[in-house]
Design a protein around this ligand. Structure first.
Ligand code: ADP
Length: 300
């Protein structure tokens, strides 16, 4: 559906995105994450046909982004990180204005606008855009990105900087767009949101791909599963299988080595002790992201 190969963007001498390749299947939610300056917005702008790559190719539905840009733009919806809106216009007039730019029949546009306002639970009652809250303005920008009923959506930080309820609403709305069969590419800072929403995640750092795949794949590659074993025994004396700490009246071992777990269990049994609890500690995407970015993780 979307193929990106060897993408590179230079700003003067500075390389913002380097040798980026990935594919996105129809109906997927594809999340791009990375620290500030990683090249996320630059990548989205190239995918949206707003800036030209210095090198590399982008194709969507078999069409070339630059040769067939008019056709591609007819099925793309782009939501910039900051969307300047016409503050003096009413929401309806504003959306109708964009529908006209897309040459959409007036009757079809009216129905689409009223459906979008309903779906986004955006009750603006003829208010001017300038009088709306930040969350409502973001919803107007989202409605605008959907006015041409696009099947590929490119959203830069759709839910960031909003109150938790609106942010949650927009996340759920993005999920419902996927159910309609739309393909969505977005960037976000909230990694829990990314993990819960995305079929495919691309982690960027300094303009380069660090890893791409499902959250499970990223976990397999980067995240060590650890085991936490808690046991009681009268005398810890000759235990030397791993580091052990004392917690209340029990001992705790945390290890990524399953053999240590098995041997400790046997050792506890041989000393007539009890296993209080055995559980797996699965790292979150955030833990993995921070460790990739070189930030020390907090030890348990
Ligand atoms: P992100 O969205 O991940 O924060 P950006 O794609 O906005 O990153 O920026 C990537 C790098 O490219 C940054 O170092 C930024 O300063 C630089 N950059 C972005 N746009 C321009 C531009 N128009 N001119 C020069 N440098 C730019």
């Amino acid at each position: 559906m979307i193929e990106v190969s060897g993408l590179r963007k230079e700003y003067g001498d500075f390389v913002a995105v380097e040798n980026l390749s990935f594919s996105i299947a129809k109906g997927q939610i594809f999340g791009i994450v990375g620290p500030n300056g990683a090249g996320k917005t630059t990548t989205l702008k190239m995918l949206g046909g707003l800036i030209k790559p210095s090198r590399g190719d982008i194709s969507m539905k078999g069409l070339d982004m630059f040769r067939d840009s008019v056709e591609i733009k007819s099925f793309l919806g782009f939501l910039p990180e900051e969307s300047p809106l016409y503050e003096g216009m009413s929401v309806n007039d504003y959306l109708m204005f964009f529908a006209e730019l897309y040459d959409i029949d007036k009757g079809v546009a009216k129905k689409r606008i009223s459906d979008l306002l309903f779906d986004l639970s955006l009750n603006a009652d003829g208010k001017k855009i300038g009088d709306l809250s930040k969350g409502m303005k973001r919803k107007v920008a989202i409605a605008r990105s959907l006015i041409n009923d696009p099947d590929i959506l490119i959203y830069d930080e759709p839910a960031s900087g909003l109150d938790p309820m609106t942010s949650r609403y927009i996340t759920d709305y993005v999920r419902s767009l996927k159910k309609e069969g739309k393909t969505i590419i977005f960037t976000a800072h909230n990694l829990y949101q990314v993990e819960s929403l995305c079929d495919n995640i691309l982690i960027l750092k300094n303009g380069q791909k660090i890893i791409q795949g499902t959250a499970d794949h990223i976990r397999e590659e980067y995240g060590k599963i650890q085991y936490r074993l808690e046991f009681r025994v009268d005398d810890i004396g000759d235990y030397d299988l791993a580091d052990v700490t004392q917690a209340d009246d029990a001992y705790v071992v945390i290890t990524d080595d399953i053999d240590v777990v098995n041997n400790t269990t046997k050792w506890v049994a041989s000393r007539g002790g009890d296993i209080v609890e055995m559980r797996t500690i699965v790292p979150s995407l955030e833990d993995i992201f921070l460790s990739i970015m070189g930030v020390e993780l907090f030890a348990e």
